[in-house]
Design a protein around this ligand. Structure first.
Ligand code: GUN
Length: 293
């Protein structure tokens, strides 16, 4: 069993990005600048956004964190987004999800200028991604593609089963794996909460991508011997032995599943660091105007 080390791959790619920033500086060009909008005090969102800001610092990007209380109105948040759309210093920005219930996430996503939408959530980016046109690809799926590429995991003609159809991971991941691209060309099955006899599908997977947000959901008897397992889950479960009172586990029962696998991502240290790194890659593309000119 091979451990797919996202932390290692992320540090290699971040070093390349940092070098690119140095090159831009030497040429007197603009340093990439990412803004993150955080609404409310959701603890995991705080952790993710802090990780994104820290990564900007590591690679030499500028960063701006805009915090708003969860009482902010939709209209006021839309006005803040418009300011970011118009601000030439900001190359790309994200609005961390989830948002409070009174804010319409579709409206917010569509208000972001697609040319600054480094999360790749805007319908223009989703549509262009599906059509294999230049687009921002959302960070977690892009990070997974980079991992598959680094570990030279063959995808062509293989059966990839994706668990979960979220707009952030499952849905774009299924499209990307089916596209006619070197890391793609898989036969894809997308399973979700209404799928009947789920294990019949997961057991057929050469590549199993779990993104359902249920701690340790994928058990050993759901995985084919020799499969590649990509665990997207980052779930907090109670752990009284830790000072924080919790520990992180994935959507896969790692200890039982890992011995069956050809390769598997751990949690933490697998997909998570790659998500943040992919966001840095998209921000670099935005600053260099490589997607939309
Ligand atoms: N919430 C969970 N994942 C993400 C992500 O990749 N981007 C944003 N903006 N919010 C998220």
């Amino acid at each position: 069993m091979q451990l797919i080390d996202g932390k290692h791959v992320a540090s290699l790619i971040q070093a390349e990005i940092a070098q690119e920033v140095q090159n831009l500086k030497e040429k007197g060009q603009k340093i990439p600048h990412l803004a993150a909008v955080l609404v409310g005090n959701d603890a995991p969102s705080e952790t993710y956004v802090n990780g994104k800001v820290k990564a900007c610092h590591n690679v030499g990007f500028g960063s701006t964190l805009l915090r708003f209380p969860d009482t902010i109105s939709e209209t006021a948040l839309l006005a803040e987004i418009e300011k970011l759309n118009q601000n030439p210093e900001i190359d790309g920005f994200i609005v961390q999800l989830p948002l409070p219930k009174h804010i319409d996430v579709v409206k917010i996503t569509e208000a972001i200028d697609y040319r600054k939408d480094v999360d790749g959530f805007h319908p223009i980016n989703v549509g262009r991604m599906a059509k294999n046109l230049p687009a921002y690809i959302s960070a977690t799926p892009l990070g997974i593609l980079k991992l598959l590429e680094y570990y030279q995991i063959p995808t062509v003609g293989r059966h990839c089963v994706v668990l979960g159809r979220s707009h952030i991971v499952g849905s774009p991941m299924s499209i990307l794996m089916a596209r006619n691209t070197p890391i793609g060309n898989s036969t894809v099955t997308l399973c979700h909460s209404k799928t009947q006899n789920l294990a019949e599908y997961t057991r057929q997977a050469d590549i199993l991508i779990a993104a359902i947000g249920i701690p340790q959901f994928v058990k050993a008897d759901m995985v084919k011997e020799g499969a590649i397992v990509i665990d997207v889950g980052i779930n907090r479960i109670e752990d009284t032995k830790r000072k924080s009172g919790f520990r992180l586990v994935g959507d896969v029962d790692f200890e039982k599943v890992a011995p069956r696998c050809y390769a598997i991502t751990p949690v933490p240290g697998g997909v998570g660091p790659m998500t943040i790194t992919a966001l840095m890659l998209n921000t670099l593309l935005a600053a260099q105007k490589k997607v939309y000119g």
